[in-house]
Design a binder for this molecule. Structure first.
Ligand code: ADP
Ligand code: MG
Length: 320
């Protein structure tokens, strides 16, 4: 099916790995996982108009399609290795596919990920990516390990991507051009925290990547771990761009409920908090303490007086 398009992809995504016995071109790929490791497998789809705005540059779509998947591997503490790509295209547009593949391949090369197969077919523009990574047996970071008394941290800063999305419509009309560019870049080109995920394997009790919104995503950790989480709204880390563009009330909503950050939120026992920050700093990754794990259930976002802050919606809800 669409062999010339597959050739276009293959020419741009040609990274070779010794553990790929047979890549693109046969009925299935043949792959050799390293002994003693578990395979971490994850898949995520991007639909135009739902997961990226219409008109997003094809290169950025290619980057983001892989980035959101690598972020899931990062959240498991897995080392990425292989990817599969399903492309659903309205027409056989070789220019789109070429640019898409370049963005995809740029990020794949940075993480030494080989594209080993996929499917290409006709339909409304949508992209599915499946990634495979390795993690030493029983060392993966999971959502169900948070313990009462643990501290909650998040890498990097929150809210930029959601702010970037606002900048694309009337709500961001007042934002200065240079600030807008920084925010939209975070929306279009998220950086998966792969190295941070590996560093966290030593320390974190639970971990999740922030894709739907901090409060919604930490809600999954709370539920799977049978605990409650309290977050200090004043502690949520903001970038200089976010601080410049939105006032405090708008900012808190973007940071706590805006999606697409692809930072890692994790829990850690208090006695390991210093080590975790040191190890992350070593790889150039900031981490901020934003809350704690408590008895109970659900996630509460608290202001300076300990009062609950209500959010307009608890993150992105599929089919809402
Ligand atoms: P089949 O009919 O066996 O599914 P296809 O014609 O769909 O074969 O694909 C031929 C080869 O090209 C397969 O190895 C498949 O994995 C690969 N392939 C198809 N589409 C893509 C894609 N979008 N990205 C990477 N590899 C692809
Ligand atoms: Mg096929």
């Amino acid at each position: 099916m669409e062999f010339d398009l597959i050739d276009v992809i293959r020419a741009r995504c040609d990274l070779a790995r010794a553990d790929v016995v047979l890549g693109i071109g046969d009925d299935a790929a043949l792959l050799a996982p390293p002994p003693g490791h578990e395979l971490a497998v994850s898949t995520d789809a991007l639909v135009e108009g739902v997961h990226f705005p219409r008109g997003t540059a094809p290169r950025d779509v290619g980057w983001k399609a892989l980035a959101v998947n690598l972020s899931d591997l990062a959240a498991m503490g897995a080392t990425p290795a292989w990817a599969l790509l399903t492309l659903i295209l309205p027409q056989a547009d070789a220019a789109f596919v070429g640019d898409f593949a370049e963005g995809f391949s740029e990020l794949a090369a940075a993480h030494h990920v080989a594209l080993v197969g996929g499917d290409t077919t006709r339909g409304p523009l949508a992209i599915g990516v499946t990634v495979h990574g390795f993690v030493p047996a029983s060392c993966a970071l999971r959502r169900d390990g948070a313990r009462i008394g643990d501290l909650v941290f998040v890498t990097g800063t929150l809210g930029d991507a959601a702010a970037g999305l606002r900048c694309l419509d009337a709500r961001g009309a007042d934002v200065a051009d240079d600030v807008r560019a920084v925010l939209v870049e975070r929306l279009d080109r998220p950086t998966p925290r792969v190295a941070a995920g590996l560093a966290l394997r030593e320390h974190a009790s639970a971990c999740i990547d922030v894709s739907d919104g901090l409060v919604a995503d930490l809600g999954h950790v709370a539920k799977r771990s049978s605990v409650g989480i309290e977050l200090d709204a004043r502690a949520l880390p903001a970038s200089p761009a976010l601080l410049a563009a939105f006032d405090e009330d708008a900012r808190i909503v973007l940071q706590a409920a805006g999606g697409d950050d692809y930072e890692l939120a994790f829990t850690v026992a208090p006695e390991r908090a210093g080590d975790v920050q040191r190890d992350l700093a070593r790889i150039g990754c900031g981490a901020t303490r934003i809350g704690r794990v408590v008895e109970g259930d659900g996630v509460r976002l608290l202001d300076g007086e300990g009062r609950d802050i209500a959010l307009p919606r608890a993150g992105w809800e599929h089919f809402a």
